[in-house]
Design a protein around this ligand. Sequence first.
Ligand SMILES: C=CC1=C(C)c2cc3[nH]c(cc4nc(cc5[nH]c(cc1n2)c(C)c5CCC(=O)O)C(CCC(=O)O)=C4C)c(C)c3C=C
Ligand SMILES: [Fe+2]
Ligand SMILES: [Fe+2]
Length: 366
Amino acid sequence: MARYRPEPPHTHDRAPRTAILLVNLGTPAAPTAAALRPYLKQFLSDPRVIELPRLLWWPILNGIILNTRPRKSAEKYASVWMEEGSPLKVHTERQARLLAGYLGHAGISGLEVDWAMRYGAPSIAEVLDRLRAQGCTRILIVPMYPQYAASTTGSVMDDVAHCLLEWRNLPEIRYVRSFHDDPGYIGALAASVRAHWMREGRQGERLLLSFHGLPRSTRDQGDPYYYECHETARLLAAELGLPEERVLITFQSRFGRAEWLQPYTQPTLEALAAGGLRSVDVMCPGFVADCLETLEEIAMECRDAFLEKGGEHFGYIPCLNEDHAWIEALSAIVRTQLGHWLALPATAEAELAPNARRAHAPDAAD
Ligand SMILES: C=CC1=C(C)c2cc3[nH]c(cc4nc(cc5[nH]c(cc1n2)c(C)c5CCC(=O)O)C(CCC(=O)O)=C4C)c(C)c3C=C
Ligand SMILES: [Fe+2]
Ligand SMILES: [Fe+2]
């Protein structure tokens, strides 16, 4: 059996074409148990996500989780589903379209900008195949996770490598590994917090930053995620001029019984309300697109929990989604990487964000 699939015709004699591929986590095709099952099966079968020995995990996944979770999760998805589909998919698709527009506006044309999902559809494999058929020989992969984690960014890298096992004429690949301290990203978060305060005409007593959790053991084994979350929070607080004690960092979406990164989001909010705090603003800087984990878990469940314990004002600050400052920042992040491949037009160079300019300085490490 041939190991490599045939190449599309004439990819070898064309000028190099460059593509940008935004990758987010993935989402079910519909808010139903039937659609949740294959999505959860693929997600929770990823050894980067569940690190337990397969012999132990298989019976738990197939015997318990896939028989109970799809229905419960489907109900939650139904509560946030948009007319055009799952919020995560809707925002990711819009972000890709806007990014293409921003890059075109900056004079960078002829690029393919596409998007894929690590689990579910469109898969990384199918979009890479499409880019190959379009003659793309340089592909910049952008996992849409500001903070690196082996279970998210690492898993995207695994899947890309796995897909390319079948190619004969391999493309050049670059990755945006993480952008937790990117000044454009931090600036976009700060602008979003300020806009929230302006809309509400007040600031909450605390700004709580809730990041997706991970098993605590991953930090002990060297995953930089926890530290990158803390660095994002530190830079954001500094950008907003907030003293340390006004900003709290918590971790949400715990899965299973093991200890996860602490403090946990919901118990923290409950303790704050029970301790007399009346108002809080909550943001999820680890998600660049609103999704089930932000819209349902934070803006609904955590809000209810905070108010039930005596809190009076819970201000949910939406994810960056299609914010102008964020798409600008994303475009600068991408341009920094593309600079390694393309002779960028002078106008684009002149407009580069401060972080990108630094990376282009002659003394910058490459
Ligand atoms: C052990 C399980 C999980 C780990 C580890 C994990 C890490 C992790 N996840 C995100 C981002 C998202 N997760 C989302 C949903 C989701 N996450 C898990 C489990 C783990 N995540 C499950 C089972 C689900 C599905 C929903 C459910 O049944 O509860 C989503 C939202 C997807 C959507 O469709 O809206 C995102 C985004 C990060 C960033 C991360 C590690 C840092
Ligand atoms: Fe998750
Ligand atoms: Fe508020």
